[in-house]
Design a protein around this ligand. Structure first.
Ligand SMILES: [Zn+2]
Length: 339
């Protein structure tokens, strides 16, 4: 019976190149003769893994294998992933170098494989409890929810240890059918995440222990929820302060008056002093956003803008002329006239 290369690598027939590479790397680490000295079974398995990878990693050979179930010639011919790491054979064509210790074994197999395939040394062939990886996901919340705080329910994909094989990836010497040999499964859990009052755009909210599950009894990683806050059409946030622009009438500016200023905490009655110029900014203390760390509230700053009525009437014209007489001189006389 022909060898099932997919089964050997524990991947599905539809697995893409990166899945195949990943599976190969993981299995190669596990069954490498240098980590299993004197273990003939491991050595045999290692050869099978190499053979399977030689075929499945080559698009032409893979197609041939998929179609005919066999591959012409020696599948491993011309393929030797370890040629550059052969004992004493440091300094490969790309300047690749492997250091061996005095006995001749790899010092850190995880690192070596990391270099080998040009990827980051993600997994080390280290035994014992290992903390799960941190996971991050992004959410967008409304301006109001960010200011007031909220609790959101999110579908979170967590990496969990496969319960069928206990995270080993193998069942009776073949790839675990539940996790396809990966040792881990992805499960989607709905999670309630508390978004604290006053959260700022770009904040990472940490949910302790909700990242990937640890292996061999190691603690889980953390989940980080990156919060982006939608802007508000009226309230503008700067740190813990809120800025708004408030139109006032000419008579409110000239005579003074009481106006209503909308804040994130509700409307506030505020006095406009007589003789207020357009563009003046007033502060309402403690009417801003609560700081997530100090728990103190920022301020609300509003800038008044004098608006001119659109309707023109003879009485209005007469009034405006009278008002103009009240200016003592040209209001622009102190401005420079040019550079
Ligand atoms: Zn499994």
């Amino acid at each position: 019976m022909a060898t099932d290369y997919y089964r050997t690598l524990g991947v599905s027939r539809s697995a893409d190149a990166s899945e195949i590479k990943k599976a190969y790397r993981r299995l190669a680490r596990k069954y490498h003769p240098d980590v299993n000295p004197g273990n003939e079974e491991a050595e045999q398995r290692f050869k099978e893994i190499q053979e399977a990878y030689a075929v499945l990693s080559d698009a032409k050979r893979r197609q041939q294998y998929d179609t005919f179930g066999t591959v012409d010639g020696d599948p491993t011919a011309g393929f030797d992933p370890f040629r550059r790491a052969r004992r004493g054979g440091g300094g490969g064509p790309e300047g690749f170098r492997v250091d061996f210790d005095g006995v001749g074994g790899f010092q850190d197999l995880g690192d070596i494989f990391g270099h080998f395939f040009g990827g980051a040394a993600s997994g080390r062939a280290r035994r014992g409890p290992k903390r799960g990886a941190d996971q991050e996901l992004a959410v967008e919340v409304s301006f109001t929810d960010a200011v007031k705080g909220t609790t959101i329910s999110l579908p979170v994909q967590r990496q969990l240890q496969c319960s069928s094989c206990g995270g080993t990836g193998t069942e009776q010497r073949s790839a675990c059918s539940a996790c396809h040999g990966a040792g881990v499964v992805i499960s989607t859990e709905r999670m309630r995440v508390k978004i604290p009052e006053g959260v700022a755009n770009g904040t990472r909210v940490r949910v302790a222990g909700k990242g990937a599950e640890g292996s061999q009894g190691g603690p889980p990683g953390d989940l980080f929820v990156r919060v982006s806050v939608q802007p508000h059409p009226f309230f503008e946030r700067e740190g813990d302060n809120i800025h708004t622009r408030v139109p006032i009438t000419f008579s409110e500016a000239y005579l003074g008056g009481e106006i209503e200023v909308g804040t994130i905490h509700g409307p506030v009655r505020a006095r406009v002093p007589a003789g207020t110029n357009s563009g003046r900014t007033f502060r309402l203390r403690g009417k801003g956003v609560r700081n997530t760390r100090t728990r103190a509230y920022g301020d609300h700053l509003y800038t008044v803008e004098v608006v001119v009525p659109k309707v023109v009437s003879p009485a209005g014209e007469e009034g405006a002329r009278r008002v103009a007489e009240l200016y003592q001189g040209n209001p622009r006389e102190r401005l420079p006239r040019t550079l």
